[in-house]
Design a protein around this ligand. Structure first.
Ligand code: BG6
Length: 296
């Protein structure tokens, strides 16, 4: 279903039979909503989010491409999150559960203007799908379409903002004992010592070569998010906490208590594509009542 969202920006609504739904803005190719069968919002979207180009939308799942962070001369987190994507009216079929699955394919390619900033031709196909069980599945296929024989290199993240009841009650499992780069300390490398991660101050870390499954346990809401990823070795964990929250114009002062970013990413070892080559990276998230999870 194609309709108008905030400020007249185009959005697509996906619905599944069980009542799960998702919304995707063509601006940024960005998922801004994912609701379960009880119509509960599972992603965080700031009440101060600005739906106005060129500002990226604060919340949901921004796409960081062709860079995660600001290592390059490009804008922070790349340009994909503040460009207008288009819908592929005739997408290739889904490989499995084709009949039951709601999905949309969005396309982003280089514009002439973009070539001045990042001199590479590419085709980026983003498939956003809801599985029959309500899982939100994002698949990115990025192809080098350069005609000058040149390779290009990029880093990437699905900058996923999860909605949580109270950050101080949240635990993240699957990243303990791993090495990480600390964005708050010039990306210096450390090793996580503790048990499951808990949160009591600002965090901005890139966990390296993580397991493919990460769990985010929201004790108060009795909900566990499971994140599964493929082609994306790293995982970013971010919460701005109080001081940074206050410094962001498009983020409420207290909103840090109700969000946590856990992002399937590829940061440490950038991806290089030769002309004609394609890269694929997937992230799937599910939300399950905690009582159904074994061991918690
Ligand atoms: C995180 C980064 O993923 O995104 C942080 O690790 C950054 O360093 C945050 O502050 C938000 O970035 P932005 O550009 O959306 O404000």
């Amino acid at each position: 279903e194609h309709c108008k969202g905030i400020n007249g920006l185009d959005k697509i609504i996906l619905r599944e039979n069980r009542g799960f739904s998702a919304e995707v803005y063509l601006y940024g190719g960005q998922v801004t909503s994912w609701k379960n069968e009880r119509r509960e919002q599972l992603l965080f979207l700031s009440s101060k989010a600005i739906f106005q180009p060129p500002k990226p939308i604060r919340g949901g799942i921004p796409i960081c491409f062709p860079q995660f962070g600001n290592m390059d001369s490009l804008e922070q987190h790349g340009f994909a999150r503040n460009r207008l994507w288009s819908v592929d009216p005739d997408p290739p079929p889904c490989s499995s559960h084709a009949s039951a699955r709601a999905f949309v394919d969005l396309i982003l390619t280089h514009s002439e203007e973009e070539l001045k900033i990042w001199p590479h031709r590419f085709e980026y196909r983003l498939r956003v799908a809801l599985s029959p069980a309500g899982d939100l599945m994002l698949t990115s296929r990025i192809r080098n379409t350069n005609t000058d024989g040149k390779s290009f290199t990029f880093t990437f993240a699905y900058h996923t903002y999860f909605s949580v009841s109270d950050i101080s009650e949240v635990r993240v499992e699957g990243l303990e004992t791993l090495d990480y780069l600390d964005n708050l300390q010039n990306r210096e490398r450390f090793t996580e010592q503790g048990d499951a991660l808990t949160f009591e101050s600002e965090v901005d870390k890139i966990y390296l070569s993580t397991p493919t499954k990460i769990a985010i346990l929201d004790h108060e809401r009795k909900r566990t998010f499971e994140l599964r990823k493929d082609g994306l070795p790293d995982a970013v964990v971010w919460n701005p906490w109080d001081k940074k929250a206050k410094a962001m114009a498009d983020f409420g002062d207290e909103e840090y208590k109700h969000m946590l970013c856990v992002e399937a990413a590829c940061v440490e070892k950038p991806i290089t594509l030769k002309p004609g080559e394609e890269w694929k990276g997937r992230q799937e998230i599910s939300a399950v009542p905690s009582s159904y999870c074994s061991g918690h």
